[in-house]
Design a protein around this ligand. Sequence first.
Ligand code: GDP
Length: 451
Amino acid sequence: MEETKSKRVVAIVGRPNVGKSALFNRLIGRRVSIVHEEVGVTRDRVACEANWNGERFELIDTGGLGHFDKQVSEDRIVAGTEEQAKIAIADASFIIFVTDITAGLTPLDEEVGRILHESGLPVLLAANKTDNPEREENICDFDQLGFPTFAVSAIQNRGIGPLLEELIPKLPQEKNPTEKNPLRVAVVGRPNAGKSSYINRLLKDERVIVSDIPGTTRDSIEVPFTIGKGESARHYELIDTAGVQKDTRGKGAVDWFSNLRTDKAIERADVVIMVLDAETGPTSRDKKVAAKIIDAQKGCLILCNKWDLAEEADQDITQTQYLPALREALPFMGFAPVLFVSAKSGYNIKRSVEAIDYVAAMTRTEITTGVLNRVIEQAVAKYPPPIAKGKRLKIFYATQSGTNPIYFKVFVNDPANARSNWLAYLQNQFREAFGLEGAPIYIKLVARSRP
Ligand code: GDP
């Protein structure tokens, strides 16, 4: 599955000297110092949080290309600009493409435009240096690039409002659960694990307000509910696959439809609750459900239900004793926290809601680029990548490119030089550093040549 660009990240792209840094400073509303580095070396991007009337997004300025010395060859400027555009595309969910209205359309603008069109990302063109209304007449120069165009002046603070008013509604929505956009929680597991019993228990909790008539689709019953009031209210939608009317067809058909329902519920969920039966432990059927959750790259909480029966069968059993066998039976679910519950007695049902919130928050975690790169540096220092295919993997830098699922994009010399066990080690280092319990994390290697 393709990663999703759920982050509100806007990149400023354009050839040197069009005023990218000036626009960056204008949009974030303050000056950031730009560190000049060796000419021609791609400086790390500058990223800042911008806040426009309470709408927050991250703004990145991909480079110090405006700071090239005069003696840098035209070729290097072209290669460098293209490189910057590609980095921006990899990182951002939205692009502001800056041109210079006093210079008109240049071949390099056309080249950047072509790269941006290929990316498929939404782009707004800001024709900068429109310091006075007369200059606005030249804006049609940029029509042929095929992007919505705005005449702006970063220095004079002209035209910035209309640009942002166009941009902000197009950014990915912030994913805090609201009444309109509740946290979708699928409850899945094999028949008789206790899904229906768990849902019934949960909805009877005195804090839970079932806010609406459940919606019924062919595949599931969707139960919207709220916990808390006013500002602090949290909104959920339970996707209940078990509550659907029992099939009257033959056993084969029942299984087939139940599998299909499970797939669909998982697809639609933000967080999946996998219900296991503690009395029997994980079965091969549970493993199939687990595989679906992993394939769909969803955040997951495991509820080990019927704990009352496990205790009844063995008075001395503890959860700590029980857990290793459960983990061993579901080896790829190591990232998912396990909570022991009893739908019958109500044990830990309240805590299960806290656990859902916790996993949901983990799947939405955003790690700053600085922290991420420091963790990589430490990981490399502790255990450098081994030689593979005759060369050593060289890591340039990494960024987080998505939440739920969490994706880290790591720019390297050549992905072919990566050993899978070293990548597994890196992933473990990320987990150790960031926790991220319940959230699956992915590392994507991207080849990057130096300009
Ligand atoms: P579903 O098919 O996963 O929805 O499972 P049900 O909720 O229908 O439960 C299957 C059976 O297990 C029913 O007989 C329930 O009464 C029983 N059950 C569910 N949860 C528990 C529990 O925590 N403890 C005990 N002792 N029985 C349970």
